[in-house]
Design a protein around this ligand. Structure first.
Ligand code: KIV
Length: 278
C-alpha cells in the first residue's frame, strides 16, 4: 500500500511512531521499502555521505535529481521525501519550479531547512499543492556541520516553539526537529497537529530519522545515532579478502566460470591449427 501524507498524519493521531531513513541509491531504496520504512528520504546529506563534498552547501539540484531518480526506482510503498538543496528555495517562484522538478520524477514531498524566514516559501509551495516538510533546530545548510543542541535557553526554546507553529500554519505537513532538547521537542510534538520527526531530538517525537550511513556504521559515530552494523569494517575485510584471493589465485573457482562444450572446443582448436599453418 502506498503511504501518503494522510497515512502519516493518521499514524500521529493513533500514536504510532513513524520510521524515516535517508537513502541515496537504488538497492538501499529497495531494502528500505521492503522493510516497511514509512518515509524514504533523499537528504542533501548525500553530498557529504556519498559524493565526498565538504558540506551540504555544495549539493546541486542535478545531484539531488540524479539520486532521487535512483531511489524512486526502488520505492513502491514508502512516502518519498527529498531535500531542497542549498539555494534552491530562496524565492517562492524558484522553490516551486525546483520542487516541481522533484515531483516530476516521483517525489511525494519536499523538505526545506530554515526558520520563520522560510514561511513565505512554505506558503508558496503549499498554494501549489506541494507537500512540504519543514526542518528546524540544527540546519546544516545554515549552521554548517558542527551540530550544537538547540532549545537550551528560555528564549531559544520559545523561538523554536513559535517557529514550528508558524511553519505549520503556513502549510507544512511534516517537520524535522534536529538536535533540539528532548523537553522542547516534546512540547512541539504536543503542540502541533502535524508529525514531528526527530534526529537527536529525544524520545517523544512522532517519528525518528537517521542517516543510513550512521545506521550501517559508515563513517564516524554520533551520539544521537545507533550503529546497527559495522559496514566500514565488514567492507574493508571483504575488499582485503578479494585482493588476497585474486593475488593467490583462489578466486575465481570453477563455480564462477562458464565453459564451452568439449566437442566444440575441439573444433575450435582444429580450426586454430589450420589457421596457424596457412
Ligand atoms: O539531509 C539529511 O540527512 C537531513 C537529516 C539530518 C534529517 O536533513
Amino acid at each position: 500500500m502506498k503511504k501518503d501524507i494522510t497515512y502519516l498524519h493518521t499514524k500521529k493521531q493513533q500514536k504510532q511512531l513513524i520510521s524515516v531513513l535517508t537513502c541515496y541509491d537504488y538497492p538501499t531504496a529497495c531494502m528500505q521499502d521492503e522493510a516497511g520504512i514509512d518515509i524514504v528520504f533523499v537528504g542533501d546529506s548525500v553530498g557529504t555521505n556519498i559524493l565526498g563534498y565538504k558540506s551540504e552547501m555544495e549539493v546541486t539540484m542535478s545531484d539531488m535529481l540524479h539520486h532521487l531518480q535512483a531511489v524512486h526506482r526502488g520505492v513502491t510503498d514508502a512516502y518519498l521525501l527529498v531535500d531542497m538543496p542549498y539555494g534552491s528555495d530562496r524565492y517562492g517562484k524558484q522553490a516551486v519550479t525546483n520542487a516541481n522538478l522533484f515531483l516530476d520524477v516521483g517525489a511525494d514531498g519536499v523538505k526545506l531547512e530554515g526558520g520563520t524566514e522560510k514561511v513565505p516559501i512554505v506558503t508558496a509551495l503549499t498554494e501549489q499543492g506541494i507537500e512540504v516538510c519543514a526542518h528546524i533546530g540544527h540546519n546544516p545548510q545554515i549552521h554548517g556541520s558542527k551540530a550544537l543542541t538547540h532549545g537550551k535557553t528560555v528564549s531559544k526554546a520559545k523561538e523554536l516553539i513559535q517557529t514550528a507553529t508558524e511553519l505549520t500554519d503556513a502549510g507544512a505537513k511534516l517537520i524535522v526537529l534536529e538536535k533540539i532538547t528532548e523537553e522542547i521537542s516534546q512540547i512541539i510534538t504536543g503542540t502541533l497537529d502535524i508529525p514531528t520527526i526527530g534526529i537527536g531530538a529525544g524520545r517523544y517525537c512522532d517519528g525518528q530519522v537517521l542517516v543510513i550511513n550512521d545506521v550501517l556504521g559508515i563513517g564516524a559515530p554520533f551520539k544521537h545515532a545507533k550503529r546497527y552494523q559495522e559496514y566500514n569494517q565488514l567492507t574493508f575485510e571483504a575488499i582485503l579478502q578479494y585482493k588476497q584471493e585474486v593475488e593467490n589465485g583462489s578466486f575465481p573457482t570453477d563455480a564462477n566460470v562458464a565453459h564451452i562444450a568439449a566437442d566444440k572446443l575441439e573444433r575450435v582448436q582444429k580450426w586454430l591449427e589450420l589457421e596457424r599453418k596457412s
